[in-house]
Design a protein around this ligand. Structure first.
Ligand SMILES: C[S@@+](CC[C@H](N)C(=O)[O-])C[C@H]1O[C@@H](n2cnc3c(N)ncnc32)[C@H](O)[C@@H]1O
Length: 196
C-alpha cells in the first residue's frame, strides 16, 4: 500500500469505528430486531454445532453469540470497538464456551485453519478493502468450513463480494438477496483445494 492509500484505508476504518463508539448505547434498541431477522433467515446454517469452533467476526454487542451459547461448541467473538465488545462481555463474557477478543477483522489473531465456521453479520460494509477482509476470514477457516457473510445491500455490490469469495477459494452455496432484509447474505464453503 502506498502512503496515500494507507491513509485512506485507516481513515475509513476510524470513521466506521467512531460511529459505533458514539452510538453503542442505542445499537440494540435501533438494530437488534433487524439483526435477529437476519439470524432467523440463516437459522439452518447456525444451529447444531456441538464441538465446533465458531468465529463471529464483528460480533458487536454479542446478540448472535447469546443466541448460540446453548450449543456445546466453542464461540469466539471478535470486534474492533471496545465499547461494543464491552456490551457483549456483559451479555456473554462469563459463559464458559465463549471468548471475546478485541481485534481488527483484517488482522485476526488466530492461526490459519482454526475455525469450523466463520460468520459475520453486517460488518463488511465497515471495511475499506472487502477482498482483503474476506481473504482474512477465509484464512482462519478450516477447509470445508462454512463461511457466512452479510452486508447492508447499498454498501457493497454483490459482484464484488462474489468475486472476492471466489478469489479466497470460498465456493458459494447460497446467496440470499431478499428485499425483506436490508442485507444480502452469502453462504459458502471454503474449498479444500490448495489455499495460500
Ligand atoms: C452493524 S454492527 C454488526 C454487529 C453484529 N454482527 C450484529 O449482528 O449485531 C458492525 C460491527 O462491526 C464492528 N467493526 C467495525 N469495523 C471493524 C473492524 N475493522 N474489525 C472488527 N470489527 C469491526 C463494529 O464495531 C460493529 O460492532
Amino acid at each position: 500500500m502506498n502512503e496515500q492509500v494507507d491513509e485512506q484505508y485507516w481513515n475509513f476504518k476510524k470513521h466506521a469505528l467512531a460511529g459505533y463508539n458514539a452510538g453503542f448505547r442505542t445499537y440494540d434498541q435501533l438494530y437488534g430486531e433487524e439483526q435477529e431477522k437476519k439470524y432467523e433467515r440463516c437459522s439452518r446454517y447456525l444451529g447444531e454445532d456441538a464441538d465446533k469452533t465458531i468465529l463471529d467476526c464483528g460480533c458487536g454487542t454479542g446478540t448472535l453469540i447469546r443466541r448460540l451459547v446453548r450449543q456445546r461448541g466453542f464461540l469466539v467473538g471478535v470486534d474492533y470497538s471496545k465499547v461494543m465488545l464491552g456490551l457483549a462481555k456483559k451479555r456473554v463474557g462469563t459463559v464458559r464456551n465463549v471468548a471475546l477478543v478485541c481485534a481488527d477483522a483484517d488482522s485476526l489473531p488466530f492461526k490459519s485453519e482454526t475455525f469450523d465456521k466463520v460468520v459475520s453479520f453486517t460488518m463488511l460494509g465497515n471495511m475499506p478493502i472487502v477482498a482483503m477482509t474476506i481473504r482474512e476470514m477465509a484464512r482462519v477457516a478450516k477447509c470445508r468450513a462454512l463461511i457466512l457473510l452479510s452486508s447492508v445491500r447499498k454498501n457493497i455490490e454483490t459482484g464484488e463480494v462474489l468475486a472476492s469469495l471466489r478469489k479466497a477459494s470460498v465456493r458459494v452455496k447460497e446467496f440470499i438477496n431478499d428485499s425483506v432484509l436490508n442485507d444480502w447474505i452469502a453462504i459458502g464453503e471454503k474449498s479444500s483445494e490448495h489455499w495460500n
